[in-house]
Design a protein around this ligand. Structure first.
Ligand code: KG4
Ligand code: ZN
Length: 398
């Protein structure tokens, strides 16, 4: 293996991404074509539109990633691609292109689980920094919270003989945290994805104005192995997990809906949509925020975020304590949240635990994390057969 160069391709949701990463540790390029503009007006990802946009973007995005890295296909050592979980049609675009490139160039193909990719976003970031004060990344187990639009999962990640093994410790029974952000944002007439808007607006509200709370999940809720009526709960052995580490975000979404109805905020939310679309990006200062939302709505937004972050902290640190984990990795789109970063960091410092996040660009979907996750597998010679296909509900670990 000459330079240890992996081209990563990611197309599981609404981002078409390609990146070239050297030896799982140095990002030579990371190109992300976002489809936000396409989905914004629908308030969420429209799967058919996502596939069409991926088809349009995949070739130019891969070309741009190679050009930015100043390499050609002939310089590569492997092609890595996200094989799931995600939208079937979206995943297939990346997989078909990755397979064709690998076949044409005679390169090994490495399928990567999107969730494993998110965990490696933090590891990649740390390898790039390589601060001497940090514990050796290669032999410490870590508790990883993957918190995104599709997932809120806790894993114990352990390096074993050069590759990584994952044990599922906790997960959401229903909505992912990012999904709750997106649904609450839609309810309030705010942009898609909702996280960055709520993140920006919550800075100007009182987080204690509305006392949202999370009930402790009881055993009987998840007896039988799956929670009823939830898509998110169909793929993992929930009944075997400790209920202290289970999340549920559908309740707070309903509580926000009730609050909106009780306080007659629906009409106001409807007139906000055109203002939000005209603004195009989340507000930067208090005047911007007040131009979009009255103070009581800002209080509602701040209270929602405060409660969600508090619940994530409580369960993550309870799991860390129970497992004796000294290292916590927080990753996924919601890990871009400013309040989440500040409060998780403070909680870890108080307990003397090590905590790490990816950069903001590596928090949301990207392909550098996919190429980084593939590196240990390239070294171990663990390749994926050409029969690879998309697995929309692919689970990670045991
Ligand atoms: O990881 P990601 O890009 O895609 C998935 O794998 O789902 O995460 C996207 C999610 C969306 O729900 C979005 O609202 C949320 O991450 N998000 C945020 C922030 N930035 C993105 N949530 C809270 N605060 C943010 N700053
Ligand atoms: Zn993701």
């Amino acid at each position: 293996m000459a330079r240890g160069l992996i081209l990563g391709i990611e197309s599981s949701c609404d981002e078409t991404a390609a990146a070239v990463v050297e030896r799982g540790a140095r990002t030579l390029s990371s190109v992300v074509a976002s489809q936000i503009a396409t989905h914004l007006r629908y308030g969420g990802v429209v799967p058919e539109l996502a596939s069409r946009e991926h088809l349009r973007a995949i070739v130019p995005v891969v070309r741009a990633a190679l050009a930015e890295a100043n390499v050609t296909l002939a310089d590569l050592d492997a092609i890595a691609v996200t094989s799931g979980p995600g939208l079937a049609g979206a995943l297939l675009v990346g997989i078909a292109y990755a397979k064709a490139l690998a076949y044409a160039q005679g390169l090994p193909l490495i399928a990567v689980n999107h969730l494993e990719g998110h965990i490696h976003a933090v590891l990649l970031q740390q390898r790039q920094q390589m601060s001497v004060t940090e514990p050796d990344l290669n032999d410490e187990p870590a508790l990883a919270l993957v918190v995104s639009g599709g997932h809120t999962h806790l894993y114990l990640a352990r390096p074993v003989d050069g590759t990584w093994q994952y044990t599922l410790i906790g997960r959401t029974l229903d909505d992912a945290a990012g999904e709750a952000y997106d649904k609450v944002a839609k309810l309030l007439g705010l942009g898609y994805p909702g996280g960055p808007w709520i993140d920006a607006l919550s800075r100007f509200g009182n987080p204690h104005a509305v006392p949202f709370s999370f009930a402790q999940i009881k055993h009987k809720v998840h007896l039988g192995g799956r929670a009823p009526r939830t898509r998110a709960a169909t793929s993992s052995p929930i009944a075997t997990l400790d209920p202290r580490f289970l999340f549920s975000f559908s309740g707070i979404k309903t509580a926000v809906l009730r609050y909106v109805e009780l306080h007659n905020l629906r009409a106001e939310a409807a007139v906000r949509v055109p203002r939000m679309l005209a603004m195009g990006r989340p507000p930067q200062d208090k005047d911007d925020a007040l131009a979009l939302c009255p103070p009581d709505t800002l209080d509602l937004i701040a209270s929602f975020q405060h409660a969600v972050v508090g619940d994530l902290i409580k369960k993550t640190f309870a799991a860390a304590e129970s497992l004796g984990a000294k290292r916590i990795l927080v990753t996924g789109g919601v890990a871009a949240n400013q309040e989440l970063r500040a409060r998780f960091t403070a909680a870890a410092t108080r307990r003397g635990l090590f905590i790490a996040f990816p950069t903001l660009a590596l928090s949301t979907d990207n392909a550098a994390m996919i190429a980084a996750a593939a590196w240990p597998r390239l070294v171990a010679g663990e390749f994926t057969p050409e029969s690879l296909t998309a697995n929309p509900s692919l689970a990670l670990g045991i």
